[in-house]
Design a protein around this ligand. Structure first.
Ligand code: PGA
Length: 249
């Protein structure tokens, strides 16, 4: 079931999500257990990470007891490449909080044994006790992680081919669409559905059509995000423009 949360703007929305994550982290710490967070990259979660850094600096939120798993990584980009998602996570969040480096996981974009590395990623998530809360963005193709259509609930961590729309949407980060990799390693839709909670963020009118399809159309591999309707605890956190095409809000 998808629960909708529509905020007037993304600043208000990210404050609510960051407070939710902080409550989870503090509750797990009080129980003496690690909190396991699933993290996303792209432009959407940047203000969320800024708010988490602020909570760390100003309100004493500690990430020492947090384990993280990122959704995806570009194939062929190493951690020192400034467009790799490992690099992104270091700059946006990890370098600014007290997370234990060995407790942060991003799929290996350089693995020689791609299938073995993907299976090891699934094993590591399982060994950590599963993901408590997974943050997601959504691509205009309906992708979550880099699960381009068609992709359904049976998919697990694996290498995928990126949709041309996704490559164009990410070209601004690389300066030139020709530099955007053609492949990535991503958690599967099934991996995401296994997370105990899922929080999908979407901002702006450019996401309004795909948000509507994900929420209102029957689940289909043609819109991988629509499978989130089958999740027991999925929140879509939207600003008003991203929610504008929904029949119910
Ligand atoms: P964006 O990408 O946050 O840059 O819009 C979202 C996604 O592709 O999942």
């Amino acid at each position: 079931m998808i629960r909708l949360h529509v905020h007037p703007d993304k600043a208000t929305a990210v404050r609510a999500v960051a407070a939710d994550i902080a409550a989870l982290v503090r509750a797990r710490a009080a129980e003496g257990r690690r909190a396991v967070l699933g993290l996303a990259t792209g432009s959407t979660p940047i203000p969320l990470y800024a708010e988490l850094v602020r909570l760390h600096r100003e309100e004493g939120l500690s990430f020492r007891g947090v384990t993280t798993f990122n959704l995806d990584e570009y194939s062929g980009l190493g951690p020192d490449h400034d467009q790799s998602y490992r690099w992104f996570m270091q700059r946006q969040l990890f370098d600014h909080v007290d997370v234990v480096p060995a407790e942060t996981h991003v799929p290996d974009g350089l693995a020689k044994d791609v299938a073995g590395s993907a299976a090891a990623y699934e094993d590591a998530i399982r060994a950590a006790g599963g993901i408590d809360l997974q943050v997601l963005g959504i691509g205009r193709t309906g992708h979550i992680g880099f699960n381009e259509p068609p992709a359904g609930p049976a998919t697990r961590t694996r290498q995928v081919h990126l949709d041309e729309l996704t490559r164009r949407d990410n070209a601004s980060f690389f300066g030139d669409v020709a530099k955007v990799p053609h492949h990535a390693v991503t958690m599967g839709v099934g991996t995401i559905l296994d997370c105990r909670r899922v929080v999908l963020l979407a901002w702006g009118e450019g996401k309004a059509d795909i948000v509507r399809r994900s929420v209102e159309d029957a689940p289909s591999d043609d819109c991988p995000a629509s499978w989130l309707q089958r999740h027991a605890a999925c929140d879509f956190v939207l600003d008003a423009p991203a929610a504008a095409k929904l029949a119910r809000r």
